[in-house]
Structure formats: C-alpha cells, structure tokens
Design a protein around this ligand. Sequence first.
Ligand SMILES: C[S@@+](CC[C@H](N)C(=O)[O-])C[C@H]1O[C@@H](n2cnc3c(N)ncnc32)[C@H](O)[C@@H]1O
Length: 202
Amino acid sequence: MKITSLYKGLWPKMYVVLRNVILPFSKIEQFYPKKGLIYDVGCGFGSYSIALALGSEDREVIGLELSKERVKKANATASKINNVRFEVRDLRKDSGLRDCDCISLVDLLHHVPHETQKEIIQECYRTLKKGGILLIKDIGDRPRWKYLYNYFHDRVIMRNRELFFIKPAKLREMCQEAGFRVVIRRIKHWTPFPHVMFVCSK
Ligand SMILES: C[S@@+](CC[C@H](N)C(=O)[O-])C[C@H]1O[C@@H](n2cnc3c(N)ncnc32)[C@H](O)[C@@H]1O
C-alpha cells in the first residue's frame, strides 16, 4: 500500500510525499525490529509509524509528537490500522515512554537544544528493555556540501527557528555516555542530504 495515498488534505499529503522523496522508508526499514513495542518520537504526521505498523502486525507502534494538529491528522489517517496510534507529547516535559523494544528518533534531535538532546537519550536508555534498540536518524557532517545544503534547506523550512545540529562523533559520545553500544551507518540515497543512522543497543 502506498502510504502517501492514505493522507487527506494538501499540506499533510505534500509533507509526506516530500519526506518520502528526501528519505524513503525503504532506506531505513532494515534497522527496525519486526516485533515488539516501538515508539516513533517526533513522528510528525506519522508516515514512518504507519509504514512500520503495516510492515509487520507483530509490531505495536506509538507515535509521539508535539503538534496537536499533526497527531490529529495521523490518528485520522491510521484509524483503520490496529497496531498504530498517536499521542500528543512534549518530550521536554513528559516523554510518555514506557518499557519498550525500540525507540525511533527520525530527524528530531536537531530540533531540540543540546542539553535536551542529552536528556532525551538518557530517557531512552532508561525506558528501553535490555536488548532494546534506539535508532537515531540524523544529519551527518560529510560530505560538507550535503551538510550545508541540508542546513539551508532546514533554515528555509524552519523560518529562522533555531536548529541544533550535532556532529556524529559528539552524538556517538552522548549515546555511549548514556550506556549504549553504538554503530553508525551512512544511508546512501540520491538526494543531497547526508543521512546517518545511529544504531544504539542497550
Ligand atoms: C523534522 S520533523 C520529523 C518528523 C518525522 N519524524 C519525519 O521524519 O517525517 C520533527 C518533528 O519533531 C517534532 N518535535 C519537535 N520538538 C519536539 C518535542 N519537544 N516533543 C515532541 N515532538 C517534537 C516536531 O513537531 C516535528 O513534527
């Protein structure tokens, strides 16, 4: 099933189509467990959460997101899919995370201040089961032109709201300090975004 066709309304559909061009779900699917409880944090309109749920009925997926409007749209879009639901949460206040098998942060961390990034990673470590996995998809710093392209792209989209990019080496250190074992995988894709996946095991 094409996830984008599930979305109604011009803006959510455009957003999800664009996200799927920038980072198709097929490029990250391999990293996720096939079963268990998965939180997709900062899930936006929830297209990756829905794709995860449709990918295996043994997954229970909960999308957490700051924007009420995005959560409303995500829940409406997924109303007929039993193993996914969405909740409004501000990670800085109450994460809502509980004992789980996998936590996914796709392009969330560079939207929160560095101090909060550290707290989020520590909270993920606390709430994952032993053997659980934290997946952080963020933006790498190489090649430099891709990093700069993404920086200006986000600047335009975010209209001067502050961004908090973090170097992969620094992010690895933060995850290791929280207790994770970390493997960094570059995601190859034709678009000019230096996608990097941090696979962090507890
Ligand atoms: C770049 S979007 C990525 C959305 C989705 N993960 C995707 O890849 O399509 C980042 C999302 O994180 C959400 N977000 C930012 N700060 C947050 C916070 N403190 N708590 C929960 N969600 C947050 C934003 O509202 C936004 O929808």
